[in-house]
Design a protein around this ligand. Structure first.
Ligand code: DAK
Length: 256
């Protein structure tokens, strides 16, 4: 009942759910540790090809647990080394789709931005309201939000703490798609199933190449992409995918 992370596997899709409804899924240390363990477990599980990370209809997550931080000193925060936890989420190699409804704020928004796609319900609200409690984003919000929506919009959200509705987040480029409130989880799972029907090894390498855009300039990025592309010719899935096309049948990808 009090388990902060729930998970299940349907076919090749793992569904991970944040479960602290009383506090709008505030990201406690315990929740984060369990979330990382579950994500890393699915990353190793050969049957799982795509992960959906969801909250509830009311909240994806309203941020880090303020109760955990309110009395912390500089040294407490430094010693906790929370950033190492977030780095482990960044290192998950399988595609992760955030299924977002309701509040998606602070660390919650940063968690959604660690995912590879965001499916939002029309009732979702995004924001980095840390400024309202005397701090600023600490898990990548200044960097990832700015990359997603540009300096001038990110600056306004981060400096005012304003929440934006799903439609505005979509228009700004933060969100993959917006769907009716009743549909957000089903739609995220549908998208995951579509991706899971492709070659899982090609999907993982494509994710790696897209994420490299944040680290590399254009020429090294193109070189990196080309090397990953060539490496796929060592896989069964490339042979199967191209053969199936020529034989006018559906491919049977095996992830090898
Ligand atoms: N932490 C703890 N409890 C929270 C919470 C949070 N972030 N957000 C909501 N709650 C709790 C409320 O205290 C309340 O608990 P009870 O009073 O019922 O015991 C319950 O959830 C329901 O909330 P409200 O009564 O406030 O509900 P409303 O609908 O009136 O308002 C709200 C919803 C989302 C607008 C409001 O709850 C709110 O403003 N929440 C705080 C949002 C926020 O400031 N988020 C940013 C937190 S700071 C780091 C990485 C990341 C971070 C920090 C460090 N490192 C790598 C070092 C991230 C920091 C943050 O996210």
């Amino acid at each position: 009942m009090n388990e902060p992370i729930l998970s299940e596997v349907k076919g090749h899709v793992a569904i991970v759910t944040l479960n602290r409804p009383d506090v709008l899924n505030a990201l406690s240390v315990e929740l984060m540790d369990k979330l990382i363990a579950v994500l890393e477990g699915f990353d190793r599980d050969a049957n799982v090809r795509v992960i959906v990370l969801a909250g509830s209809e009311k909240a994806f997550a309203a941020g880090a647990d303020i109760g955990d931080m309110a009395e912390a000193s500089f040294l407490d925060m430094y010693e906790r080394n929370n950033l190492a936890r977030w780095t482990r989420i960044k290192q998950v190699r399988k595609p992760i789709i955030a299924a977002v409804s309701g509040f998606c704020l602070g660390g919650g928004c940063e968690l959604a931005m660690h995912c590879d796609m965001i499916v939002a319900s029309e009732s979702a609200q995004f924001g980095q309201p840390e400024i309202n409690i005397g701090v600023m984003p600490g898990a990548g919000g200044t960097q990832r939000l700015t990359r997603a929506i540009g300096k001038f919009r990110a600056m306004e959200l981060i400096l005012t703490g304003r929440f934006i509705p799903a439609a505005e987040a979509y228009e700004a480029g933060l969100v993959t798609k917006v769907v009716a409130k009743e549909q957000f989880l089903a739609e995220a799972i549908r998208l995951a199933e579509t991706i899971a029907s492709k070659s899982p090894v090609a999907a993982r390498l494509a994710k790696e190449a897209v994420l490299a855009v944040d680290e590399l300039g254009l020429t090294p990025g193109l070189d990196y992409e080309r090397k990953l592309f060539y490496s796929l010719f060592a896989t069964f899935d490339q042979k199967e995918g191209m053969k199936a096309f020529l034989e006018k049948r559906k491919p049977r990808f095996e992830g090898k």
